[in-house]
Structures are given as structure tokens and as C-alpha cells.
Design a protein around this ligand. Structure first.
Ligand code: PAF
Length: 285
């Protein structure tokens, strides 16, 4: 049976009891509108721990003023069914007034990493993410916390925070789950109309094309971005390319020369919908 908890103190007390019994807690933080990508994280958490906790909280702190906080999909009943079907133990669904009561003053910011890639286009976004993830970790007290690689920068920033602040949790990064045509699963895909949904496959196509050029030694590192931009801008419904380039997997600096591991990453808009995707390309030594 899925237990639903909405008050932070109650969640904390529940976790404390599990910990006293030496139970390992696996935690998947989400904003709801769950899809198979989330479910794969829940399944992994279940396999690796005694208790699985999922949170659903659309975190106002990580949305900019002109972003989609109000229209972000909220489908709690459907989410509950999905979580129940995979045997989640606890759903933590706090309210904004309990997470950010009047007088709330503290935020957590990971410098540098938070200002690159998506951070350059979404001011304050990652500070909102690290603040809420830090709070959720303190409330849920997990042994392991699970993130999808689709939000690679988010995962890297959370790892840095956990390391810098000596937070006692293992951050587990899980592979991106894709639709059959390659589109990375995302709660925001529901915003796409039929034509936009078709053209959204251009992100993964571009990543895979560049990967094959790199693996066959048919492209120089300096040409990667140019060719990505060309492929993406040839797709008529792509409205704005925010970034499309090759980066260091740890520092997120742009690369001038290939390394053993390289991050290809894209952010763009199709219609009003912002989509991101990435791929790690490993070169043989
Ligand atoms: O990836 C998300 O859904 C959110 O950024 C997270 C990690 C749940 C924090 O609000």
C-alpha cells in the first residue's frame, strides 16, 4: 500500500523510524506528471533499497517569472496509480506553504556550474533546484537519491552540492529513457502538438549523428557546434537554439579538443516548449 504524507515533520519522523530499524531508503524527487523515465528511477530505487520514497512537488523556486509554473501539468490521481503499480512505499506531497513558510530566508547555490548551459538561460533555476533538493534530503533522509541523465547538469550540480556540504547520501545517475523514435521522455513533452512532437526527434538525431562522426574520426572538435547548429536550424519548427555544443563532463566548459569522455548537449525551443537532451560520447583510447 502506498502511504501518502504531506507534512514535512511527519515525513521526517517516518524516515527516522526506518533508519532506527537499519532500513535503506531510496528516494526519487519529482515534480509529478510522471512518465516511464520516472518509473525506471523508482524501479531502480526499489531494487537497491528497503523503502522507496517518491516526492511530488512543483517547486516555485526553480521557475522564472515568464516560465511555466502555473501551467506545469498536475495529474496527481494518474501519478498515484503509476506509483502504486510499481510498489512505491511512500509518496511525499508537500504544499508550498509548508516548504517555504513565511520568513523563509535560506537558499543553496552551487557557484559556476549553476550559471552555465541551462543556467545562462534560466536565471536562478539551479539555485531553486539545489535549495529544494537539499530540503528534501533533510526531510526524507535517504540512503540513495536518484536522478535521470536527461537533466545531466542538474545531476552534476546536485553531486557537487552533496560533496561540498558533506551531505550523507549517494547520488545515483540513471540513463535517459526514450520514446521509440528517440525523444527523451519529459513531463513537458505533453505541451507539443502533433507537428512539434514529430520535429522534436531532431534533438536525438543530431546527438547520434555527431556521435557517429566523432567515433569515426570524421569531425574535429571545433566543428561540432557548427554542424549541430546547421542540423537543428534546418528543422523548420525549431524556433530558438539556446545551446548546442560539446562540453567537459565535469566542469561543463566548452571543449576545443576531444577528451575520453565528452558531453554533447542541446537546449532549444520548438514553439513555446523548451526541450533539452544530451549524450555522453566515449572515445576509445
Ligand atoms: O528534475 C526535477 O523534476 C526537479 O528539478 C527536482 C529534482 C524534482 C527538483 O524540484
Amino acid at each position: 500500500m502506498l502511504e501518502r504524507i504531506s507534512i514535512p515533520n511527519v515525513m521526517q519522523e517516518t524516515s527516522r523510524k526506518f533508519i532506527l530499524k537499519a532500513k535503506k531508503i531510496g528516494f526519487v524527487p519529482t515534480m509529478g506528471a510522471l512518465h516511464n523515465g520516472h518509473i525506471s528511477l523508482v524501479e531502480r530505487a526499489k531494487n537497491e533499497n528497503d523503502i522507496t520514497v517518491v516526492s511530488i512537488f512543483v517547486n516555485p523556486l526553480q521557475f522564472g517569472q515568464d516560465e511555466d509554473f502555473d501551467k506545469y501539468p498536475r495529474v496527481l490521481e494518474k501519478d498515484l496509480e503509476m506509483l502504486e503499480s510499481v510498489g512505491t512505499n511512500i509518496l511525499f506531497v508537500p504544499q508550498v506553504k509548508h516548504m517555504y513558510p513565511e520568513g523563509f530566508l535560506t537558499t543553496v547555490k552551487v557557484r559556476e556550474l549553476s550559471d552555465k548551459l541551462c543556467g545562462a538561460f534560466r536565471k536562478g533555476h539551479f539555485e531553486g533546484v539545489t535549495t529544494v533538493v537539499c530540503k528534501l534530503i533533510n526531510i526524507v533522509k535517504p540512503t540513495r537519491i536518484y536522478f535521470g541523465q536527461k537533466d545531466y547538469q542538474q545531476m552534476l550540480i546536485v553531486k557537487q552540492m552533496v560533496n561540498d556540504l558533506n551531505i550523507d547520501v549517494e547520488v545515483v545517475s540513471c540513463r535517459t529513457i526514450r520514446e521509440s523514435d528517440g525523444l527523451a521522455m519529459s513531463s513537458r513533452n505533453v505541451y507539443l502538438n502533433h507537428a512539434e512532437r514529430k520535429s522534436a526527434t531532431i534533438l536525438y538525431k543530431t546527438l547520434k549523428h555527431i556521435e557517429s562522426l566523432i567515433l569515426q574520426d570524421k569531425i574535429s572538435c571545433r566543428d561540432v557546434s557548427k554542424i549541430m547548429y546547421k542540423m537543428l536550424s534546418d528543422e523548420p519548427l525549431v524556433k530558438e537554439i539556446q545551446y548546442a555544443d560539446i562540453y567537459d563532463v565535469k566542469t561543463l566548459e566548452r571543449l576545443d579538443e576531444f577528451k575520453d569522455e565528452n558531453l554533447l548537449a542541446i537546449a532549444l525551443k520548438i514553439g513555446d516548449t523548451r526541450l533539452i537532451d544530451n549524450l555522453i560520447v566515449e572515445r576509445k583510447k
